[in-house]
Design a protein around this ligand. Structure first.
Ligand SMILES: [Zn+2]
Length: 245
């Protein structure tokens, strides 16, 4: 009981701390794809927030011909030209989509999400989305159709704005690597548990984290079970919170 009280108290404090007068309740939308194939199909989405490239994952995708949708930021694109080259050399595998210019959460009121300061205003959300698309345009990739904000949490008003810009918003149904902070075993277990229609999220920008090894193991397990992988552009993604309709 005491532990419960302590825990409850910590939650109350963190809610209070995260809620200045104008903070909005945030949503973490889900996304599924239409279940179709005989053995089931899933969409693998990998975020490249900043930092480097996990070549364990990139090599495994190429070697095993596993298609993936990569959400890249302007920051990541700037420092990972070699990885971008590999992705562009395999257009049948990789779809690059918009993860924002500077990896700033698409929340239009000032607040912190997982310790990251939100965009904080409608203008800043707009700048984050548009600068992400502009950074992708420079690489020669097709114009992005999907957006996923940093932390994958949004204010409902930001969702409406992003939809108006013409982007669908990519939620997920399986949190594969817990922000790349999970161990290899747990990451592999979560990904291997994906079922027909699931959209998996994990990270491809943390080469030193154990989670990356688990991502590869989980994907190989799914492949061995006969599941197929599709990119978001090749599937009908259905999200909640007004993210795709
Ligand atoms: Zn990210």
């Amino acid at each position: 009981m005491r532990l419960f009280q302590k825990h409850f108290c910590a939650i109350a404090i963190s809610l209070w701390a995260a809620s200045p007068g104008n903070a909005q309740l945030l949503v973490e939308p889900t996304l599924h794809i239409k279940a179709e194939a005989a053995n089931g199909r899933v969409a693998l989405t990998l975020d490249a927030c900043g930092g480097r490239t996990d070549t364990r994952i990139l090599s495994a995708l190429v070697e095993n011909k596993i298609p993936a949708t990569i959400f890249v930021t302007g920051i990541w694109l700037k420092h990972n030209a070699a990885a971008v080259e590999i992705m562009r050399a395999h257009p049948e595998l990789f779809e690059l989509e918009n993860h924002g210019g500077r990896h700033v959460p698409a929340v239009d009121t000032p607040q912190k999400i997982y310790g990251i300061r939100s965009a904080g205003s409608p203008e800043a959300v707009l700048a984050e989305v548009e600068s992400g698309a502009a950074a992708l345009a420079v690489t020669g990739e097709p114009a992005p159709k999907w957006f996923r904000g940093a932390t994958a949490e949004y204010s409902p008003s930001a969702i409406a704005m992003i939809r108006k810009l013409g982007f669908k918003i990519a939620g997920f149904s399986i949190n594969g690597d817990g922000g790349s902070l999970l161990g290899a075993k747990e990451t592999a277990r979560r990904i291997a548990a994906a079922k027909d229609g699931d959209v998996i999220i994990a990270h491809i920008n943390q080469p030193t984290h154990a989670a990356g090894e688990g991502v590869v193991q989980g994907l190989l397990a799914l492949k061995a079970k006969g599941l197929t992988f599709v990119r978001l552009d090749d599937a009908d993604g259905i999200g909640d919170e007004g993210t795709t309709d």
